[in-house]
Design a protein around this ligand. Structure first.
Ligand code: NAD
Length: 296
């Protein structure tokens, strides 16, 4: 496999493109937004510079990787020669269905169609294509160049051969693939999101403040990051979408998103990417300050 197309150039898409390009694959990175593509390439360059400073790659490796990366705003053009497409567009069921119809119509017959979805049914996405046996979940973790896990999700019709190919490919990227079955939230988010939601409910009920909740989980449970900071890092809109998929999928009230999370997303407070969530973020600064909304 040589030609990979990545659809969606946001937080995850740029990381996925980075890892494939760094490992010798030719990558077409596709987004409807020219601005997102420009930002993605700048982020990849910045992250590779950081790796050069840590002597993990050389300046020549960076140049070669960037030379293998091409950007597109037209999906059909961008996937025309792909052997694997990894979709990493916004977490929205209708949008993903539309994108998969486009990819299915334009990608070569043998091409594997993977999705980086955090929670949406692989079986449902696959059913909208003419090749459900070749549709699979390839769930990278954020930040993609750093995190080792790839959760490989088999849909109802995913073939053994396609699963094997994706397991092996993930290893070639230096990742540790783990095979799971297709249920809402899979394993990672089925366990992570109720914890994040419970942290938000605890804040909303006044059990403790932002820093106190995160400190308890960091120092008490040895988590590298508290759940509220992690929610900001993932994106509060992404957390809300995942909880809604699990709530709808299981019909169990325990997955109902906290009203505070809904309000924050409605107000455009999406976490690090919007500059404010439970904490405030200033570009170029590593200072973590609790948002004025929750301070004091
Ligand atoms: P994001 O909002 O940062 O980026 C989404 C990108 O998709 C945007 O650049 C947007 O312009 C683009 N897009 C929207 N419609 C498109 C279309 N029709 N064609 C091409 N591009 C389109 O989102 P993200 O956080 O990178 O999440 C992407 C996917 O990865 C989601 O399915 C999410 O659930 C999943 N995911 C996210 C995380 C995380 O920590 N953020 C972790 C694992 C998986």
């Amino acid at each position: 496999m040589k030609n990979i197309s990545v659809v969606g150039a946001g937080t995850m898409g740029n990381g996925i493109a980075h890892v494939f390009a760094q490992n010798g694959y030719k990558v077409n990175l596709i987004d409807i937004s020219e601005e997102a593509l420009t930002k993605a390439v700048a982020t990849i360059e910045k992250n590779m510079d950081r790796m050069i400073a840590k002597e993990k790659i050389t300046a020549a490796d960076k140049d070669a990787a960037l030379g293998r990366l091409t950007t597109y705003t037209d999906i059909s053009q961008g996937v025309a020669e792909a052997e694997l497409v990894v979709e990493a567009a916004t977490e929205n069921t209708e949008l993903k269905a539309k994108i998969f119809r486009q990819i299915d119509g334009a990608a070569p017959e043998g091409c594997i169609l993977a999705t980086n979805t955090s929670s949406i049914s692989i079986t449902q996405i696959a059913a909208g294509t003419g090749r459900p046996d070749k549709v699979i979940g390839m769930h990278f973790m954020n930040p993609v160049p750093v995190m080792k896990l790839v959760e490989v999700i088999r849909g109802y019709a995913t073939s053994d051969e396609v699963t094997q190919t994706i397991m092996e490919l993930s290893k070639k990227l230096g990742k540790v693939p783990t095979e799971v079955n297709d249920f809402p939230g899979f394993v990672a988010n089925r366990i992570l999101m109720p914890m994040i939601n419970e942290a938000i409910i605890s804040l909303h009920e006044g059990v403790a403040g932002v820093e106190e909740i995160d400190t308890v989980m960091k120092l008490g449970m040895a988590h590298p990051m508290g759940p509220l900071q992690l929610a900001d890092f993932i994106g509060l809109d992404v957390c809300l979408s995942i909880l809604r998929v699990m709530h709808d999928g299981f019909g169990n009230p325990k997955y109902a998103p906290c009203a505070l999370l809904v309000n924050m997303v409605t107000a455009g407070k999406l976490g690090a990417k919007s500059g404010e969530g439970f904490y405030t973020y200033t570009p170029g600064s590593k200072d973590l300050k609790v948002s004025p909304k929750f301070a004091g």
